[in-house]
Design a binder for this molecule. Structure first.
Ligand SMILES: *[C@@H]1O[C@H](CO)[C@@H](O)[C@H](O)[C@H]1NC(C)=O
Ligand SMILES: *[C@@H]1O[C@H](CO)[C@@H](O)[C@H](O)[C@H]1NC(C)=O
Ligand SMILES: *[C@@H]1O[C@H](CO)[C@@H](O)[C@H](O)[C@H]1NC(C)=O
Ligand SMILES: *[C@@H]1O[C@H](CO)[C@@H](O)[C@H](O)[C@H]1NC(C)=O
Ligand SMILES: *[C@@H]1O[C@H](CO)[C@@H](O)[C@H](O)[C@H]1NC(C)=O
Ligand SMILES: *[C@@H]1O[C@H](CO)[C@@H](O)[C@H](O)[C@H]1NC(C)=O
Length: 736
């Protein structure tokens, strides 16, 4: 899951399942919507390698046939190879398992509760989430006041175990568990036993719920971006095994057919090639039907190149903090105070407790483990009644609290690792606890509550960074949104700390991750869709990107919590910047991209015809000569420029086309902030629009002046400026 710090037990399960299941992708012939015909073809193909119809029947897992032509089956690696060689078969993709990667956040983001909006068109919007399920009993998902589902809705909602069924808010709920492996920690039902899916759905489209808080913290009206929109939950993530490719693809197949407007995926994507990335493949089929997919960038920051879900047809969302913190004050014996953050309802019994560091109370030979306060590494006798200082490590922070509590400790001070820097994530602890930055203090813990007005946004250290491993010629992530300490709906189980030993039950919880920032942007995409029904997925994304801001609430460039220099955050951290709903609704100009443009982009990256057929699905798409297409010409609303170290390539020229969706007449002038070491020239320098919907093109030439900069990268921007509009595109230059 893309919420922060999930235990590593997921990884083991990954490997166990790896070789069993494959997705067999067809598509050389058009999709046949008649169930029996498609299934028949699938069985025929499978029988030919299995030897008999009966064996094929046994190994067939699922026929995808609503939105694309593929099936999932249990295969040996030999059978997989045989299938791959067949003419009808485009690709055989081994099934993999992936990790999953508020109230206040909407005011911070600039979408006030009383914002004027068209509730009628908003209630026609259907958002689809691929996630852990949902909690129908939550106040965030009551159907009161909403009419019946929009007429376009073709989805279903059945009665399932412990699932009370749908209403006019949750209009679709289904689960996908194609591997058939029982999961005793979960339930075969769209019911959410994890909390992740309930949290993301309510951030996206939850009702307005007054007095929402966690132990009094973050008290306010909880609401989604589009509180009148309808929710369709496709449960694909399971407590033990995570989220598998087969299930994700089945959910896409259903969601596209069902008629959702926006798909939100807070799940880890796959690897450095689009052809094995199921989230990318599913999303491509979705955009062909005008459905935009918004996905989380991942929580593997701050390492460069860690961004996932980086296909250019996805909206890739990074995470940043809002201007609210939950402060725990630490009174030190020497009279000084240190601030940390934490969510804890426990009032300390004494004024002052002795502080010990985990290392100082370690079992012999376990000093390394004791640094992180691992189970069994601490000497109970020495811990009893003390506040223990631990490094943040493998466990979820609340897990570290549990270890300290088990060892008899009175409280926990959790220190960040160097990579986390001064990042402060509030976690619901089961004993008095606070997270501190990486500077070590030498105590009592006083919990102060919610504090507002901090500098924000600040890029979260955990948020994955670009450049993209599959296509560095497009800047990824695209935008950032709130993903730190977000309050949203929560199921009655699990407890807020997600620890078994914790028996508390809460209707709202505070968690962090790009999983949490993703539904903020899915919500804004839904809002744009409701206001501009004719905008393509690329135009919606363009509007979100070109209006994003890069300046914080203290009028300085948005900073990066993982950087201890004064360098502002770069486009590899936040893409075009922080989303701005009001400007995005009226962006002036948009950059559109057709599905054919994306196929040409794949040609430019030297994907071959059978790989491209995965996306074109049945249409025999022929790439023009590779000298004709260059990846940088994809009509993306940002610029990524790659130069060679050895100066074989010192200049490139990219073409862009913009469409007028603002006012008429309007004249745009080009403003460029040149990246260090690069000159930028634009032709023509002004664009005059006389009609709505009118398109105009310009060319940008980037010339490397000398060698690479010391960091092998530099950044700038190109902005088209009219009286009322600023259409901004970041420029990222890489020397590789
Ligand atoms: C399902 O309902 C039964 C009966 O109320 C209950 O015992 C069980 O814990 C529930 N399971 C989940 C996962 O909520
Ligand atoms: C939350 O705020 C409301 C309205 O300001 C107030 O009535 C309520 O008591 C508050 N709840 C908590 C737990 O602070
Ligand atoms: C931060 O400071 C430490 C110690 O001074 C240094 O080792 C590290 O490289 C710095 N990190 C950044 C991102 O500047
Ligand atoms: C395309 O590339 C893949 C992977 O390298 C290869 O298996 C396949 O045979 C190629 N197809 C064509 C038509 O060249
Ligand atoms: C696709 O087109 C090429 C060239 O026109 C042709 O050789 C090939 O057979 C076609 N493939 C399919 C599956 O129709
Ligand atoms: C820049 O690239 C060169 C050549 O690839 C490499 O040797 C050097 O370490 C890189 N510098 C940085 C700061 O990454």
């Amino acid at each position: 899951m893309w919420s922060k710090k999930i235990s590593s037990s997921f990884l083991l399960l990954f490997l166990l399942h790896l070789i069993l299941f494959y997705i067999v992708y067809l598509g050389a012939h058009p999709v046949n919507n008649e169930d029996s015909a498609a299934s028949h073809t699938h069985m025929k193909i499978l029988s030919s390698v299995k030897g008999s119809y009966v064996d094929a029947q046994e190994s067939m897992v699922y026929s995808y046939k609503k939105s694309f032509d593929a099936f999932a089956a249990k295969l040996s690696s030999n059978e997989a190879k045989k299938l791959e060689r067949m003419d009808e078969v485009l690709s055989v993709i081994p099934n993999r398992y992936h990790k999953l990667h508020t109230t206040r956040s909407w005011d911070f983001i600039g979408l006030p509760q009383k914002a004027r909006r068209n509730l009628k068109t908003e209630s026609d919007i259907i958002v689809g989430l691929l996630d852990t399920g949902i909690t129908p009993e939550s106040k965030s998902f009551k159907g009161d006041g909403l009419g019946p589902p929009p007429a376009k809705w073709k989805g279903t909602c059945g009665h399932f175990a412990n699932f009370s069924g749908c209403n006019n808010k949750i209009i679709g709920a289904n689960y996908f568990k194609l591997d058939g492996n029982p999961d005793p920690a979960d339930i075969l039902s769209p019911l959410d036993v994890d909390g992740h899916g309930t949290h993301t759905s309510s951030t996206l489209a939850g009702n307005q719920v007054p007095n929402a808080n966690l132990f009094g913290l973050a008290n306010g009206t909880a609401r989604g971006a589009v509180p009148s929109a309808r929710v369709a939950m496709y449960k694909v993530c399971w407590a033990s095994s995570g989220c598998s490719d087969m299930d994700i693809l089945a959910a896409y197949d259903a969601a596209i057919h069902d008629g959702v407007d926006v798909i939100s995926v807070s799940i880890g994507g796959g690897g450095s090639s689009y052809v094995s990335d199921i989230i990318a493949i599913g999303a491509f089929h979705a955009i062909k039907k005008g459905i935009i997919t918004v996905a989380s960038a991942g929580n593997d920051g701050p390492n460069l190149g860690s961004v996932l879900n980086h296909a250019p047809w996805l909206v890739t969302v990074a995470a940043s903090g809002i201007d609210r913190d939950f402060i725990s004050k630490v009174h030190l014996g020497n009279g000084k105070d240190v601030s940390g953050v934490g969510v804890s309802t426990f009032s300390p019994k004494k004024n002052l407790y002795p502080i010990v560091s985990g290392v100082d109370v370690a079992q012999s030979s376990q000093t390394k483990e004791a640094e992180f306060c691992f189970e069994g590494a601490l000497v109970k006798k020495l811990v009893k009644g003390k506040i223990v200082v631990c490094e943040s490590g493998l466990y979820m922070p609340a897990g570290t609290g549990e270890k300290v509590k088990k060892a008899g400790g009175a409280g926990l001070l959790l220190l960040n690792s160097d990579a986390e820097g001064e990042e402060l994530i509030a976690d619901p602890h089961i004993l008095p606890a606070a997270s501190l930055g990486s500077s070590k203090p030498s105590a009592s813990l006083v919990f102060q509550g919610s504090v507002y007005g901090n500098t924000a946004p600040v890029m979260a250290a955990f948020s994955s960074r670009g450049p993209s491993s599959a296509g560095p010629d497009v800047i990824k992530p695209d935008v950032t949104a709130p993903g730190v300490n977000i309050l949203a709906a929560w199921p009655p189980k699990p407890s807020p700390s997600m620890l078994k030993s914790d028996k508390r039950s809460v209707p709202f919880n505070i968690i962090s991750g790009t999983s949490m920032s993703c539904p903020h942007v899915s919500g804004l995409a839904s809002l744009l869709k409701s206001e501009h029904n004719n905008w393509s997925p690329a135009e919606i994304k363009s509007a979100l990107m070109t209006t994003a801001y890069t300046i914080n609430n203290k009028r300085s460039p948005i900073s990066d919590v993982s950087s201890n220099s004064s360098q502002p955050a770069s486009p590899f951290a936040f893409g075009s910047g922080h989303v701005d709903p009001e400007s995005a609704a009226d962006p002036g100009l948009v950059y559109d991209i057709t599905t054919e443009d994306y196929l040409l982009y794949l040609c430019s990256l030297n994907y071959n015809s059978s790989q491209i057929a995965l996306f074109s699905n049945g249409v025999n798409f022929t790439c023009p000569g590779t000298s004709v297409v260059q990846s940088g010409d994809l009509n993306y609303p940002s610029f990524s420029v790659i130069f060679d170290h050895d100066r074989r390539k010192t200049s490139v020229t990219y073409k862009r086309t913009v469409k007028n969706v603002g006012s008429i007449p309007s004249t745009y002038a080009v403003q460029v902030k040149e990246p260090a070491g690069v000159s930028v020239s634009v032709e023509p320098k002004t664009l005059r629009f006389k009609k709505m919907g009118e398109k105009m093109s310009y060319k940008v030439r980037f010339v490397a002046l000398g060698g690479a900069t010391s960091t092998n990268s530099s950044f700038g921007s190109l902005t088209l400026v009219a009286e009322k509009y600023r259409v901004r595109s970041p420029i990222a230059v890489l020397w590789i």
